[in-house]
Ligand binder design. Structure first.
Ligand code: SF4
Length: 302
């Protein structure tokens, strides 16, 4: 079988080991050398060019209902946490009876055990599944629905995992805690989320003075959203502003800034790209941020 192996950047060092294993089984193996940020980012261009029989995608599980037209086998990268270590989370959560719990795909195979642990320790745990995720409690950087769907009925939200990328997707006013299983430490992150909210508001205000909009459209399968891009262009043009759709697999700041004309970007690709955009040197808005901008524009005209 002709197989394309795809690894996120953090797992690429394991690629040779797997390539050898598949080759020993008699398969013809290719390694995707493109960057890979998530299961939204399946290496379909390489797969089509090589006419492979399947893609084996490591580190993530299926993204929503994405149909690649090429079979994709997902091999998650699971990291077991020690359930006993969760005891260290209990003091910080003692005031909160009803909680909801989120985690990445690295830990979501343990969701049931984690839930049982907290229930045994007197908590009521409300659980759910996101729109784009496959497993109970699983959170993506663009889909915290597994916890946000329960937001109204709980006293606090707990995210289990390390790093801030995923928990910062939990845009809630409820107390939000992260338990880091590597250090067995817990911290509240509402102030970090508030900073992000303010940063987004500041970006929207800056965009009010912009007149030439570059609409970023990524061809990554789970990020491609032509409907949103066309809608954004139409909305800007309705308001007598200039807008063009810029399309690429990877929307690198250097490449898009080479157009030298746009003073603001509207990002229809990964929504989290807009949180980390210093290199663009211009405001970058997600679609919900654009909707707020349009409202502001219309209000200031009145
Ligand atoms: S946060 Fe961005 S990179 Fe991650 S799965 Fe969502 S669209 Fe893909």
């Amino acid at each position: 079988m002709k197989i394309l192996l795809q690894f996120p950047d953090g797992l690429k060092q394991k690629a040779m080991e797997y390539a050898k294993k598949y080759e020993k089984e008699g398969h013809e193996i290719y390694l995707s050398a493109s960057s890979c940020y998530g299961a939204c980012d399946i290496a379909i261009d390489e797969a089509r060019a090589l006419k492979v029989d399947k893609i084996v995608h490591f580190g993530h599980n299926k993204f929503g209902k994405l149909d690649m037209g090429v079979p994709v086998e997902y091999i998650e990268f699971r990291v077991d946490i020690k359930i006993k270590d969760l005891e260290k989370a209990l003091p910080a959560l003692k005031e909160y009876k009803k909680i909801t719990i989120g985690m990445t795909v690295q830990q979501s195979h343990q969701f049931k055990q984690i839930k049982e642990f907290f229930e045994k320790n007197g908590k009521e745990v409300v659980s759910n599944k996101g729109q784009l995720t496959q497993e109970e409690g699983q959170v993506l950087g663009c889909d915290a629905g597994a916890v946000l769907k329960n937001e109204d009925g709980v006293d606090a939200i707990l995210f289990i995992g390390n790093g801030m990328f995923h928990p910062l997707a939990i845009d809630s006013k409820k107390p939000i805690f992260i338990f880091n299983p590597l250090s067995s430490s817990i911290k509240q992150i509402n102030s970090e989320i508030e900073i992000l909210r303010k940063k987004r508001k500041g970006t929207i205000v800056k965009a009010l003075n912009c007149t030439k909009f570059g609409i970023l459209l990524s061809t990554k399968p789970g990020q491609f959203n032509l409907t949103n891009a066309k809608w954004a262009k139409k909305e800007m043009e309705k308001r007598k502003l200039e807008a063009e759709i810029l399309v690429a697999n990877e929307l690198e700041p250097l490449n898009v800034n080479n157009f030298m004309v746009f003073d603001c970007y509207i990002n229809t690709a990964c929504p989290r790209m807009s949180d980390d955009v210093e290199e663009y040197g211009k405001p970058v808005l997600t679609i919900p941020m654009l909707m707020e901008l349009l409202k502001l524009m219309d209000q200031t005209k009145k």
